[in-house]
Ligand binder design. Sequence first.
Ligand SMILES: NC(=O)c1ccc[n+]([C@@H]2O[C@H](COP(=O)([O-])OP(=O)(O)OC[C@H]3O[C@@H](n4cnc5c(N)ncnc54)[C@H](OP(=O)(O)O)[C@@H]3O)[C@@H](O)[C@H]2O)c1
Length: 314
Amino acid sequence: MKVLVAGATGALGRQLVPRLAAGGHDVVGMTRSSSKRDVVRELGGTAVVADALDPEDVARAVAEAEPEVIVHQLTALSGSPDMRHFDRYFATTNRLRTEGTDHLLAAGRAVGTRRFVAQSFAGWPFARSGARVKTEDDALDPGPPEAMRRTLDAIRHLEDAVTRADSTEGIVLRYGGFYGPGTSLRRDGGELPELIRKRRFPLVGDGAGVWSFVHIEDAAEATAAAVERGRRGIYNIVDDEPAPVAEWLPALASALGAKPPRRVPRWLGRLLAGEAATVMMTEVRGASNAKAKRELGWQPRHPSWREGFAQAAA
Ligand SMILES: NC(=O)c1ccc[n+]([C@@H]2O[C@H](COP(=O)([O-])OP(=O)(O)OC[C@H]3O[C@@H](n4cnc5c(N)ncnc54)[C@H](OP(=O)(O)O)[C@@H]3O)[C@@H](O)[C@H]2O)c1
């Protein structure tokens, strides 16, 4: 199939493009900069240069490529996360998830794109009540913390626009927290190990917030499966072992050979790290991958972050 990957040069895109190419697909990779044409070529795709926030640019790029499938992996999350100003840190990503999604859907409609696969997140957007591990049928947070409201709105927009699109088979992949090559937790470093080594990633309150992770290679495998055989709807793309922060954070610190994380009470966590970080440490929920395994025929090669983190930290 002809597949256009928007975000071909990002952490997920770099894993996805070669897999699609190896699967016999004709891949066009979108980037903003001509200087990254070679990156896309080396990954096995043909580059198209376009700004995803410019509707005319997107229309032109998609019209040239005439893709049967569009994959939306656009984010703007490079650099150090700013959890104190969550919505501000996500501001450009939120535009890519609202305006960017709309531009790609409209451009795809104009050329008759059959399938549209888009990135979302499995974790903090879930309702912070009920089961500690959520399925695709469970609700998103009806009352997110003020600091995360715009980012959740953007996620809702993307998920609704994609799954309700009548012109294409819209598929949303809610990935767990990425780790592995090109992510913030990788063999040659990354932002997360640095924070943990400096003990600047404390365990807040009871650390009962449940996180789901996924190795970036497994996420790319699942995405390729969705491109080929996904059905309209949402899939959680996470590993087999959702775990509370109180469990994974000390384990990661130990794998990194770092001192155990500092423990701070919730009120102090709020003061130091802000509302969003505190909620993520204490209240958020993890996700089940049963549907993706069942319907995409996908199995994570890194079923548990335990071994995965140890490898990534080695
Ligand atoms: N589920 C998760 O945990 C999750 C999800 C996403 C990201 N992250 C993390 O966030 C960090 C950064 O992610 P990343 O490496 O994927 O980089 P990124 O800076 O978030 O960029 C991702 C992709 O979006 C493209 N892009 C951004 N704005 C664009 C625009 N206006 N027009 C066209 N393309 C645009 C970039 O293309 P060009 O730069 O080539 O133009 C790139 O291919 C990594 O640590 C990653 O692991 C985590």
